[in-house]
Ligand binder design. Structure first.
Ligand SMILES: [Zn+2]
Length: 148
């Protein structure tokens, strides 16, 4: 509304407020994570590459790059293990039997829960991916997902 009304100073103030809220959330979340855990493994999702796709807006909105950077320096300053691993196929690989049986392609992105056709495990897309990323971080190489 402020934008449409041409109120530039109001628009600037609103953007600053949103930016501060996001930064505050990022700080609180990363601080909690490094206090709670001894090892942090993150996927190497490239926010600069994603920014060029149609997911661009939601990526920069979420401030992923900032979040990862904060997590990294806080982990390092506390002496906690911090690793980034390749997360290719982490969402479609079954974290129980390692078969690539999950929903794939852009149309598959909307599927939040799926059942592995090989072992019958029921997966939440995000939890399954996190398990795969963590396992790679622990140094157990499996086919389809390689450590960096
Ligand atoms: Zn499976």
């Amino acid at each position: 509304m402020a934008q449409r009304a041409g109120k530039k100073r109001r628009v600037t103030a609103i953007h600053a407020k949103i930016r501060n809220k996001r930064k505050d959330w990022n700080h609180k979340t990363t601080t909690r994570l490094v206090r709670e855990y001894d090892r942090i493994v993150v996927g190497n999702v490239s926010s600069s590459k994603l920014r060029k796709t149609r997911l661009a807006k939601s990526v920069s909105d979420a401030g992923w790059a900032d979040l990862k950077q904060m997590l990294r320096y806080k982990a390092i300053s506390l002496g906690i293990e911090y690793r980034e691993v390749k997360e290719n196929f982490s969402t479609v690989t079954c974290s129980d039997c390692f078969a690539k049986s999950g929903p794939s392609g852009l149309s598959g992105l909307g599927v939040r829960d799926w059942v592995c056709t090989c072992c019958g495990s029921v997966h939440d897309r995000d939890v399954n991916a996190a398990r795969n990323i963590l396992r790679i971080g622990h140094g157990t190489p499996i086919k389809g997902i390689l450590p960096l």
